[in-house]
Design a protein around this ligand. Structure first.
Ligand code: AMP
Ligand code: GLY
Length: 418
């Protein structure tokens, strides 16, 4: 049987492993207790020591560190870009330089290595202010605020190395854009690229987009406010020039190019690229992709992608249950009720899957919290309305002390979708 290794330990990797196992034997390194509970082997061995027909790298950190280069150097087939392509996510300063060379629409910005210059620039801008760390910050390195005092304090914290270490020492100050946000994940084989259905994630910790940014508190797909014409416009105005620029730089990008796009009145504008599947978007996209997942990733990894992936004509919603204190200082060790020995709902609901990220098992074998985002509860149904209702019904059956979740994932779109 075909064998696939998935690298990573979050709910995204849980969803990938769950989706891939319909077509192959899957091993995850290092994986997590929720993946293992499903009967999917998790090993602590480095991927360089494993053999498989396909390696799928989930998170950005190993991609930026060159794990894909290392595996390709061993002759392995890998889904995920080399370190050169991963720079699009690894450094926002590099991204901005890349986008201007490629002539891709993006927010106006300044890049700063010195605090005094950053503060002076900030004072010349008008609210809202957008401050970003240059390096990787697990989705938490961006502040959007109307308060100049808060913006200045954030610049000082970041540049002193206090909040993000070296990743924060260079900051980007950006023009604030308004509009509908969408995540368009595009699968690339080095030459060709095809989009998955558009998704949206919810980055702020609280309802109505209040509170600090997180890794993502929920997601849904497809996005009713994004028409096929809108998708085509992103492909033409953003993705196509980026692929040309990658080729010009001799970057053979085989993996997901995830465009975080703001649909503004002037057209789509790129907020950021990620170089991997989104988390939590993957928890809704994988169920919609169904059994075509292995073929899609294998073809992209081997430079042989010739047609768009087929997605089910259904809708999916995922709701993240997060630990007390997330995103600042999540508490661990709270016992989770409502899950069976496989880590799924004790009272099963058809169309629902629980993807684990921050769980472990205590000495009695019970699942306990062990990270900020604890589980993603995904539901798939014929309509967005149905998927949303089902996801929240399922989420209400899982409990732990201090649990936080948003009650408004996909809410305002609920009535717009068929
Ligand atoms: P990023 O990591 O660049 O995607 O930023 C995280 C989040 O901050 C985005 O999903 C947006 O919600 C918000 N954001 C980033 N850049 C801007 C911008 N220029 N204008 C408005 N919101 C932004
Ligand atoms: N959903 C945001 C991210 O994966 O970075």
């Amino acid at each position: 049987m075909t064998r696939c290794v998935v690298v990573g330990s979050g709910a995204r990797e849980h969803a990938l492993a769950w989706g891939l196992r319909a077509s192959c034997d899957v091993v995850v390194t290092p994986g997590n207790p929720g993946i293992a509970a499903m009967g999917i082997p998790c090993v602590s061995t480095s991927p360089t020591q494993l053999e498989a027909d396909l390696f799928v790298i989930g998170p950005e950190t190993p991609l930026v560190a060159g794990v894909a280069d290392m595996l390709r150097g061993q002759g392995k087939v890998v889904f995920g870009p080399n370190a050169d392509g991963a720079q699009l996510e690894g450094s926002k300063a590099y991204l901005k330089e890349f986008l201007s060379a490629a002539k891709v629409p993006t927010a106006n910005f300044g890049t700063f290595h010195e605090e005094a210059a950053a503060i002076a620039y900030l004072r010349r801008q008008s609210a809202p202010y957008v401050i970003k760390t240059d390096g990787l910050a697990a989705g938490k390195g961006v502040l959007v605020t109307d308060s100049l005092a808060e913006a200045e304090a954030d610049v000082r914290d970041k540049m002193s190395g206090e909040s993000f270490g070296d990743a924060g020492k260079c900051v980007i100050i950006e023009e604030a854009l308004r509009g509908e946000e969408c995540s368009l994940l595009v699968v690339c084989d080095g030459q060709r690229a095809f989009p998955l259905v558009p998704a949206q994630d919810f980055k702020r910790v609280g309802d109505n987009d209040e509170g600090p940014n997180t890794g993502g508190m929920g997601a849904f797909a497809p996005l009713p406010r994004m028409s096929p014409d809108d998708v085509q416009r992103v492909m033409d105005d953003i993705i196509a020039p980026s692929l040309r620029e990658l080729r010009r730089r001799h970057v053979n990008f085989r993996g997901v190019l995830y465009a975080g796009v703001m649909l503004t009145a002037q057209g789509p504008v790129l907020l950021e690229y990620n170089v991997r599947f989104g988390d939590p978007e993957t928890q809704v996209l994988v169920p919609l992709l169904g059994e075509g997942l292995y073929d899609l990733l294998y073809r992209a990894a081997t430079g042989d992608l010739h047609h768009a992936p087929v997605c089910a004509n259904r809708a999916a919603v995922t709701v993240v249950l997060a630990a007390e204190g997330y995103p600042v200082s999540p508490r661990s060790g709270d016992v989770i009720t409502g899950l069976n020995d496989q880590g799924q709902l004790l009272d099963a609901l058809e169309g629902v899957t629980v993807f684990h990220s921050g769980t472990s098992r205590n000495e009695d074998g019970h699942f306990v919290t062990a990270g900020g985002r604890v589980v993603s509860v995904t539901a798939m149904a014929d309509t967005l309305h149905g998927a949303r209702a089902l996801a929240y019904r399922a989420a209400s059956r899982i409990e732990f002390a201090g649990q936080q979740f948003r009650t408004d994932i996909a809410q305002k779109y609920d009535s717009e979708a068929s």
